[in-house]
Design a protein around this ligand. Structure first.
Ligand code: HEC
Length: 143
């Protein structure tokens, strides 16, 4: 005969098992194979982005500081792009300081922003919620 205490333990065991299986499925499932790696220019650009705290004022994919605009797609927005980015680095604007970058450093930052632009969209209006709890985003570099 199953008394109340045993029943509670069975329910608990059932929930723990479901929790474990759920986590196993979620954390061992990899649907993003072969992510594109940053090339060396973009890697240097990423370092400059971090060392100069661009992220404290700017966002990528909506994450970062909110003094300046999101720069996820700055590279491909019509009438913006490489020259536009460099102009802002040369002159600064409002609370954004003027940076004394060399031409190579500016190219590296542009390479980094180009890479970011190639990976996705922000805002991403085509996000879908999956039954697993993950959000499926539309990426640019996926078929
Ligand atoms: C102290 C805050 C701050 C920091 C640090 C900063 N920015 Fe900015 N940035 C801004 C603000 C504010 C704007 C202008 C927003 C506007 O025009 O209304 C801006 C504008 C820009 C723009 C033009 C965006 C557009 O859509 O017109 C680019 C590109 C840019 N920043 C790149 C950078 C990069 C790269 C770095 C790091 C090397 C950097 N910023 C660091 C505050 C900052």
């Amino acid at each position: 005969m199953i008394n109340r205490g045993n029943k509670n333990i069975l329910v608990l065991l059932f929930l723990v098992t479901v929790f474990c299986v759920y986590n196993l499925v979620i954390y061992t499932h990899n649907d993003r194979e072969n992510p594109i790696k940053l090339n060396s220019d973009a890697l240097r650009g990423q370092q400059l982005w971090q060392n100069n705290n661009c992220w404290s004022c700017h966002q990528v994919y909506g994450l970062g500081g909110y003094l300046g605009p999101d720069l996820t797609n700055i590279y491909s927005i019509p009438n913006k792009g490489p020259q536009y980015i460099k102009a802002f680095l040369n002159s600064g604007v409002k609370s954004m300081p003027k940076f004394e970058f060399s031409d190579t450093e500016k190219d590296d930052i542009v390479a980094y922003l180009k890479y970011i632009d190639s990976t996705g969209y922000y805002p991403n209006y085509e996000a879908k919620f999956k039954a697993t709890g993950w959000v499926e985003l539309k990426y640019k570099n996926e078929k």
